[in-house]
Design a binder for this molecule. Structure first.
Ligand code: ASP
Length: 339
């Protein structure tokens, strides 16, 4: 029997352009995270008709300043809300710059039990034709559906619903900045109605069993999370950047050219990092595509992990959580190939 009672949702606000206010004196300038959660809700007439919505301010940052400490707060608070029988779902407002990272982190750190929808905006709240109100309206409508819970935390931007694992900010401007470059969006929202893409039909038809968090970080304060750095590959790249990163990190992600490659010098630096006990993951800087094992690099001999479908920013998160959980490299490789 579907649950027909009015949904009770909680909005967790973290800042971002969706809460940004334009400068009154300098055209084009704005400050992300200036408005609070109540202001956001007040700007969207009709929200009250969709659900009972309460709000909490978790942070007020431009998401370029997102931190592990805020992630830890979000994971703890959202987990508690999802466990509350009086709460049906959570909407998280967030800046767009690291929206995909927070969504992916939460997809690993939260149980998949009730709707969690992350939403942002490309234009500040005070802009002409701000996109935030429409995005927030649709995010609340989506979180009020039970069915979205089976996809874990999702991202709603510009009418589109994206899975946390695949979504990516693809452009620095424009309201259509988000896509899932390795697959397809999960669906769109038409008005308040989710319209699911054909490829998700099997998931919609399957019985839904809530699952526990893959990585429960709540017992681990953010300052204890392992340090993982990203090293960017380019023509004539030298190995010293990796050597420096290896001194202070437990993990390194290569944002490699092509299928996760780098100059011989950079590869030699990565081999030295592995010899020090640092876990090295090869990802691609290209923006899409799969990084496979043992194609142009002998990963078996070098001790590298291939990132599979994850972009460098998301590979950093999965590696950090695997290291936090104490997983050995073989387990880590399996985790990437299944991500
Ligand atoms: N710098 C802003 C942020 O990520 C951009 C945005 O939200 O669109 O918070």
């Amino acid at each position: 029997m579907p649950d027909l009672r009015r949904k009770r949702l909680v909005l967790l606000a973290t800042g971002g352009t969706i809460a940004g206010a334009q400068s009154e004196t300098q055209a084009g300038r704005y400050t992300a995270g200036s408005l609070n959660a109540d202001d956001l809700i007040a700007a969207v007439p009709g929200l009250a008709a969709l659900a009972d919505l309460s709000c909490e301010q978790v942070a007020s940052v431009g998401s370029q300043n997102m931190t592990h400490a805020v992630w830890a707060l979000l994971a703890a608070r959202t987990t508690a809300l999802l466990a509350d029988p009086d709460i049906d779902g959570v909407v998280i407002t967030h800046g767009t710059d690291t929206l995909e990272e927070t969504a992916y982190f939460l997809s690993l750190a939260l149980p998949w039990s009730k709707p969690v929808v992350l939403v942002g905006a490309m234009r500040p709240a005070t802009a002409m034709s701000a996109d935030g109100p429409a995005n927030l309206y649709q995010a609340v409508a989506l979180a009020a559906t039970e069915i979205v819970a089976r996809f874990g935390p999702v991202v709603l931007m510009n009418d589109e619903i994206h899975a946390a694992q695949g979504v990516q900010k693809m452009a620095s401007s424009g309201v259509a900045a988000f896509a899932s470059p390795n697959g397809a969006r999960l669906g769109v929202v038409a008005g308040v109605q989710p319209i699911w893409a054909p490829h998700v039909a099997p998931a919609l038809d399957a019985a839904f069993t809530p699952t526990a968090a893959r990585f429960d970080v709540r017992q681990h304060p953010a300052h204890t999370w392992p340090r993982v750095e990203i090293v960017y590959s380019h023509a004539d790249a030298q190995g010293d950047a990796v050597d420096e990163a290896a001194v202070r990190s437990q993990g390194i992600v290569l944002a490699g050219v092509g299928g996760g490659y780098a100059t011989d010098a950079l590869m030699a630096g990565m081999a030295r990092a592995v010899a020090r006990g640092v876990v090295v993951v090869r990802a691609t800087r290209t923006g899409s595509g799969f990084v496979a094992r043992n194609i142009e690099v002998d990963d078996d001999a070098m001790g590298f992990v291939a990132a599979g479908w994850l972009n460098p920013a998301k590979a950093r998160i999965l590696l950090m959580l695997c290291l936090l959980a104490g997983h050995p490299p073989q387990f880590i490789q399996d985790a990437f190939l299944r991500a």
